[in-house]
Design a protein around this ligand. Structure first.
Ligand SMILES: [Fe+2]
Length: 182
């Protein structure tokens, strides 16, 4: 094969509006052991806003107990603070609405901004925006919360987030959406 025949993909190779069968050597293995993806629609019937203190709520999207991963939208409803916390894992977030920042850093995240947090970071999330902030988050690993004296209070992990969601559903007679569990 001459090097001139090697091409690099610069765009999707097909724009055909159809389902395409592709080769898969391990289709049977995937069928037996693969885990299907999930879908959670935007409505509160599929996942409600669960209060997280008087000025915030969490809309849970995914719980992965194998990897201690949880995904959600955090909504701080007006200017306010989510207490100081320490990460023992990795977090990625995208700001959807409003704005947020950390007291420890000099940037402000507005709609579309991307945030990456790594193990060992300790910081204090605030929003100065009158309408608060909505942050989509994909979070892995425990998060330790501290009070304003620096005293450890509680660890939030996938079990805490599942309990937060299920307790609210039970108290309000809402069905548990199995699509949130992978
Ligand atoms: Fe954080």
């Amino acid at each position: 094969m001459s090097t001139s025949s090697i091409t690099k993909m610069t765009a999707p190779p097909s724009t055909a509006y159809k389902i395409v069968d592709v080769p898969e050597a391990y289709a049977d293995v995937i069928r037996r052991h693969g885990i299907p993806g999930t879908f959670v629609g935007a409505s509160e019937e599929e996942s409600p806003w669960v209060p997280f203190g008087p000025n915030a709520a969490i809309r849970h999207l995914l719980f992965d107990t194998r990897h201690n991963i949880f995904s959600n939208i955090l909504w701080i409803k007006s200017a306010g603070v989510i207490g100081t916390h320490k990460h023992r894992g990795t977090v990625v977030m995208v700001c959807l609405e409003g704005s947020a920042r950390y007291l420890e850093y000099d940037w402000v995240a507005g709609p579309g901004a991307f945030i990456h947090e790594t193990p060992g970071l300790v910081h204090t999330l605030v929003t100065d925006h009158p309408d608060g902030v909505k942050l989509f988050g994909w979070l892995q690993g425990p998060i330790e919360f501290y009070d304003d004296k620096g005293t450890f209070v509680e660890t939030l992990d996938v079990w805490w987030f599942i309990n937060h969601y299920e307790s609210y559903c039970r108290e309000h007679g809402l069905p548990i959406n199995t699509q949130l569990y992978v």
